[in-house]
Structure formats: structure tokens, C-alpha cells
Design a protein around this ligand. Sequence first.
Ligand code: ZN
Length: 76
Amino acid sequence: MIVCMTCQEGRLQRRNLTYLQWHDDNLLIVNRVPASVCEVCGDYIYDPDAVEHLQQLLWAHLPEKQSPNKRKRSPA
Ligand SMILES: [Zn+2]
């Protein structure tokens, strides 16, 4: 068992949480993302592997408009 880094007291339990993330004006909601939740203070950490997997899925589907360099297109 891992001890919580926030309160140094509780232990982290495996839970499935809802993952929320804003992308510009769009709110991404992913249900049942594995995470570790402190039983004492309620602090939580998403499973790093799950988050990375999510990010990869996300970036694969987003149109290429995130890079600021690509938006610099002069009218001439
Ligand atoms: Zn804690």
C-alpha cells in the first residue's frame, strides 16, 4: 500500500474516477479512469499510464490547430 503524500497519513486506494479536462472550449469527460484515492484526505492521483493513454487518444483526434506557429499566417 502507498501512503498519501499530501497528508502522510492515509493510504491510497485504487478507484475509478471521472477524468475532466478542458481543451479550449471543450470539456473532455472520461468515465472510470483508474486512480489512487486517499482514504483520509480524499486527495487523488490518476494512474499515469491511463492518463498518458488518454492523452495519446486525445491528441490523435484533435485537429492540428494547437500549435501557435501554424496560426501565424500572414494575409499576403
Ligand atoms: Zn491523504
